[in-house]
Design a protein around this ligand. Structure first.
Ligand code: ADE
Length: 229
């Protein structure tokens, strides 16, 4: 649910997510909140009571747009995610859990936010994609949709690739190399050319551990905690 449906659709209709939509592995629809305003001039925002800077999105068009979205998915119960810097930080764990849901609704705010009453009425989850402030919820929604969709079976070509990469078990991905064997005097690590799969697996795990410890000590701690359990 957005005031800028074309932004979301253009962003998500390319590359891997676009292909997944074409193959029907996932479906993405954008609902224009402005289409649901009762106002003659198609207005969706107004001044905040009590004063202060900026405009607020009004409750009515957001609520009516949500009723239309809900009807379109057979009035099933669904999680409604509001994108806001006040939400909990979005992580891979949340992506994994949200990827199990049959349907998800993302509510993208603009201006200075949305009338609190409609948020209380329809929102089930609030997420932030990081501690910085964006101009609207569209980019965060696209970030979440991308991260969640790639975990849905059939979206990635090779099912394995979703589980064997960065942040699996809280480890970063090992370094990778492609042809040529020597580039600008730099050699591909010998073990990768050996054809010895057990050694390659061992080397990759070592590299993942080393990298995570160096680049993301916070994740490394999580990895150690999780291993102990
Ligand atoms: N809206 C504005 N900034 C945001 C952020 N960092 N995360 C989620 N939604 C937002």
């Amino acid at each position: 649910m957005t005031l800028f449906p074309e932004m979301v659709l253009q962003g998500l209709n390319t590359s891997i997510i676009g292909r997944a939509v074409e193959n029907n592995a996932i479906q993405i629809a954008a609902w224009n909140i402005r289409d649901y305003t009762n106002s003659k001039h198609k207005k969706v925002d107004d001044y905040p009571y009590g004063g202060g800077a900026g405009m607020l999105m009004q409750a009515q068009p957001v609520y009516d747009a949500f009723q239309a979205v809900k009807a379109s998915i057979g009035n099933k119960k669904t999680r409604v995610i509001y994108l806001t810097p006040q939400g909990k930080l979005f992580h891979q764990d949340a992506a994994r859990s949200l990827a199990q849901e049959e349907a998800l609704v993302f509510l993208c705010g603009h201006y200075e936010g949305i009338d609190e009453r409609v948020l209380e009425e329809i929102v089930t989850d609030e997420y932030s994609i990081g501690d910085y402030v964006l101009t609207g919820g569209e980019l965060p929604a696209m970030v979440m949709i991308d991260a969640i969709s790639r975990l849905v079976p059939g979206v990635l070509n090779n099912e394995d690739s979703a589980s064997y990469e960065s942040l699996h078990n809280n480890l970063l991905e090992y370094p990778q190399y492609s042809r040529p064997e020597v580039w600008e005097g730099k050699h591909v690590p010998e073990v990768l050319l050996s054809g010895h799969h057990a050694n390659i697996t061992k080397w990759r795990l070592e590299q993942s551990l080393k990298r995570t410890k160096e680049k993301r000590p916070d994740l490394y701690e999580k990895y150690l905690d999780q291993k102990q359990k």
